[in-house]
Design a binder for this molecule. Structure first.
Ligand code: AGP
Length: 607
C-alpha cells in the first residue's frame, strides 16, 4: 500500500526521493508526490504512475537538500492530484506524508478546523491543517499536541518550513525505518527505499518522536526523554531489490526459491537436527499445547492449509487454519494451552495483526512467521521465525509462500521431537528429504522444463474460467495455484476439492473450462484419478500434475506434467512451483502487469 520516503543531507533531495519512491512502487499505489524545502515549501504531485511525477519534475530545478515523498493507495478520496500526498497546511508552513488511517478525521475537522478550506478529501490533510493551526513557533510541542488528538494508525513524516535542518517522523502501528548515513539521513516505510544508500537502520517504536537531522538522529519517548536508538544492520544488499536480468520480479523470485530453501536449512539444521535457538521451549511446554490456530491471509493462509496436515501428522497437535479477517469475529475458543501461529510475509497485514492480538488477549502464546525484520507482527508476537527469503517485491507471493511451507515443516519436526512423537528414523528421513529440496526445485526450473511450462500456458490465453482440483495437500496447493493465476492473469480460477466437484460444481465443467488436476499424493491418487475421469467425461481439457512414474494418467488426460519424485510429505513444496510458473507465463502471454496487478497492494495495512 502507501510508501513513505524522507531525506536530509547535502545532495539534492529530489532525486533521492524519486529513487526511494521507485523502490516502493511494488507495494501498489495510484498517485505520488514530493515536497522539498527551497526558500519555501515546493510540492509536486501526480495521479497515476511515478513516471508522471518524474515527467512533471523533469524541468524543475530543485536544489533543496531536505524533502519528503509518498506513494498513495487511495482509502479516503479517489486517486487524484489533489488527494495525493504530501498535504500542506493552509499557512504553507507544514508538509506531511502519512501511511495508515486517521479514524477520527471528520470529528477533528468539526472540532478544530471549521474555518479551514480543505484542498483534498483525505484524512491526512487534517494532520497538516492541525499542525498549521496549532503552531506557535515550538515545533515539538505542536507535533505532540496534534498527535495526542489522533485516533487510528499512522506513520507520519513532517516537514516544517521554519526548520530547514529537521524532519520529524513517528509511528503508531505502522512501519517506519530510519536509515543512518554520514552527513545525511533517511526515512522510509520500508527497507528497499534505503538500501542504495545505507544498510544501517533504526526501527523506532510506537509513540517515539524521531528528530532526523543531517548530523544525526535523536529519538525521544512519549515523555520527551531521549533514548538511545539501536542501530541494526540490514543483511540484504541493494541488488536484492533489483531484477538482476529477469524480466519481472516474480520470475526472479520464483528462481530464488532453491537458494531461499538452502539458506533456511543451513540456519536451522545442525548435525541432522532441527534447532531454534530463539525459542526457549522445553518438552513440558511443547506437550502442554493442545491446539494450534494458524491465522493468515491469502497466500499465507494457503501455506497454513499445508501446515495443518504437517503439524497434525508429525507433532500430533490438532490444528485449525483460519482466514485472519474472520478469526476474531467468530469468537474462537482459545486458552493458554493454544499456540497461535500468525503467518505474514510482510508482517504488516492488518487482518493478521488483529488476529494475533485476539490470540494474545485470550492468553495464547503467539508465534510469528514473517519475512520482514521488526515488522508489526514480529514485534507483537512472543516468538518469531524469520523466513529470510530476501525481499519479495512482486505482489504475487512465491518464495515467501514456499519458505512459509518449509518453515512449518521444520517447526513441526521440532515440535514432534519435543513431544516425543516421532521416531528417529522418521525424523532422519524427513530431514534428509528436506535437504534435497533445493536441488529438486532447481530441476523443475531447468530450461527445457520452463519451455514446456510456457507452452502449456499458451493454452490458457483466451480462457475465461479455469478449475484446479486436488485432494488433501494437493487441494491446498490447488488453492494457491488458482490464487496465483487469478491475481496476475485476471482469469477466473477456482480450486476445488476433487471429491467435492460432483456435489454441484461439476455442472460448470464443459469443453470451455480447462482443468488443472493435481494428483501428486499417493494416498489419494486413485480417487483423484476417478474424479479426473468424471471431468473428462464432461469434455474439459485436463492438465494433470503428477509425480514421475505415475501410472495410467497419460491415457486419461490431455497433458501430463511430471514432477521429480520425492516423499509425498514434502511434495507440496515442489508441486506449487510449476503452478507459479504457469500463472506467470499465462499472465505474460496475456500482456498483464505481472509485478503490480490491478487493484492489489503488496502489503494490506487496512482491515
Ligand atoms: C499473494 O500472492 C497475495 N498477493 C496475497 O494473498 C498475500 O499473500 C496476502 O495479502 C497476505 O500478505 P502477507 O503474507 O504479507 O500477510
Amino acid at each position: 500500500m502507501c510508501g513513505i520516503v524522507g531525506f536530509i543531507g547535502v545532495r539534492p533531495a529530489k532525486d533521492i526521493l524519486l529513487d526511494g519512491l521507485a523502490k516502493l512502487e511494488y507495494r501498489g499505489y495510484d498517485s505520488a508526490g514530493i515536497a522539498v524545502l527551497e526558500d519555501g515549501l515546493e510540492v509536486e504531485k501526480s495521479v497515476g504512475k511515478l513516471a508522471n511525477l518524474v515527467e512533471k519534475l523533469k524541468d524543475k530545478e530543485l536544489n533543496a537538500t531536505i524533502g519528503i515523498g509518498h506513494t498513495r493507495w487511495a482509502t479516503h478520496g479517489k486517486p487524484s492530484d489533489a488527494n495525493a500526498h504530501p498535504h500542506t497546511s493552509a499557512n504553507k508552513k507544514f508538509a506531511v506524508v502519512h501511511n495508515g488511517i486517521i479514524e477520527n478525521y471528520l470529528q477533528l475537522k468539526e472540532d478544530y478546523l471549521n474555518d479551514v478550506c480543505f484542498q483534498s478529501e483525505t484524512d491526512t490533510e487534517v494532520v497538516a491543517q492541525l499542525l498549521g493551526k496549532f503552531y506557535d513557533g515550538n515545533l515539538e510541542e505542536t507535533v505532540r499536541r496534534v498527535l495526542a488528538l489522533l485516533k487510528g494508525s499512522y506513520t507520519l513524516v513532517i516537514l516544517c518550513s521554519d526548520y530547514p535542518d529537521l524532519l520529524i517522523a513517528c509511528r503508531k502501528a505502522n512501519p517506519l525505518v530510519l536509515g543512518v548515513g554520514e552527513g545525511e539521513n533517511f526515512i522510509a516505510s520500508d527497507v528497499p527505499a534505503l538500501l542504495a544508500y545505507t544498510r544501517n537502520c533504526i526501527y523506532p517504536n510506537d509513540g517515539e518522536l524521531c528528530f532526523v537531522k543531517r548530523e544525526g538522529i535523536t529519538i525521544k519517548d512519549s515523555e520527551g526523554k531521549i533514548i538511545e536508538p539501536k542501530i541494526k544492520q540490514i543483511l540484504w544488499n541493494a541488488e536484492a531489490v533489483e531484477k538482476n536480468g529477469y524480466e519481472h520480479y516474480m520470475l526472479k523470485e520464483i528462481h530464488e526459491q532453491p537458494d531461499a530453501f538452502r539458506r533456511m536449512l543451513k540456519n536451522r539444521l545442525k548435525d541432522g537436527k532441527v534447532y531454534f535457538e530463539e525459542f526457549t521451549w522445553n518438552k513440558e511446554q511443547a506437550k502442554k499445547w493442545r491446539k494450534i490456530h494458524i491465522v493468515a491471509c491469502g497466500t499465507a493462509y494457503h501455506s497454513g492449509l499445508v501446515g495443518r496436515t504437517v503439524f497434525e501428522k508429525l507433532a500430533k497437535i490438532p490444528v485449525e487454519v483460519e482466514i485472519a479477517s474472520e478469526f476474531r469475529y467468530r469468537e474462537p475458543m482459545l486458552d493458554e494451552d493454544t499456540l497461535v501461529i500468525a503467518i505474514s510475509q510482510s508482517g504488516e497485514t492488518a487482518d493478521t495483526k488483529a488476529a494475533l492480538e485476539e490470540g494474545k488477549s485470550k492468553g495464547c502464546k503467539v508465534l510469528a512467521l514473517t519475512n520482514v525484520v521488526d515488522s508489526a507482527v514480529a514485534r507483537e508476537a512472543d516468538y518469531v521465525f524469520y523466513l529470510q527469503a530476501g525481499p519479495e517485491i512482486s505482489v504475487a507471493s512465491t518464495k515467501a509462500y514456499t519458505t512459509m511451507l518449509l518453515a512449518q515443516y521444520l517447526l513441526a519436526i521440532y515440535l514432534a521431537d519435543l513431544r516425543e512423537c516421532i521416531s528417529q528414523d522418521a525424523y532422519a528421513s524427513l530431514v534428509h528429504q528436506l535437504t534435497l529440496l533445493p536441488q529438486y526445485a532447481e530441476k523443475i526450473m531447468l530450461e527445457e522444463n520452463l519451455k514446456q511450462l510456457a507452452k502449456l500456458a499458451e493454452e490458457y490465453h483466451d480462457t475465461e474460467n479455469l478449475f484446479f482440483v486436488g485432494r488433501g495437500m494437493d487441494w491446498a496447493i490447488a488453492l494457491e495455484g488458482s490464487l496465483k493465476l487469478k491475481e496476475i492473469s485476471y482469469i477466473h480460477a477456482e480450486a476445488y476439492a476433487a471429491g467435492e466437484l460432483k456435489h454441484g460444481t461439476l455442472a460448470l465443467i464443459t469443453d470451455k473450462t480447462p482443468v488443472i488436476a493435481l494428483a501428486v499424493q499417493g494416498k489419494t491418487y486413485d480417487k483423484t484419478l476417478s474424479n479426473i475421469k468424471e471431468i473428462k467425461a464432461r469434455d474439459a481439457k485436463v492438465l494433470a500434475v503428477v509425480k514421475e512414474g505415475a501410472e495410467q494418467i497419460d491415457k486419461v488426460v490431455d497433458k501430463v506434467l511430471y514432477l521429480p519424485a520425492m516423499d509425498d510429505m514434502v511434495m507440496p513444496i515442489l508441486s506449487v512451483i510449476p503452478l507459479q510458473l504457469i500463472a506467470y507465463y499465462t499472465a505474460k502471454d496475456r500482456g498483464c502487469s505481472i509485478d503490480q496487478p490491478r487493484n492489489l497492494a503488496k502489503s494490506v495495512t487496512v482491515e
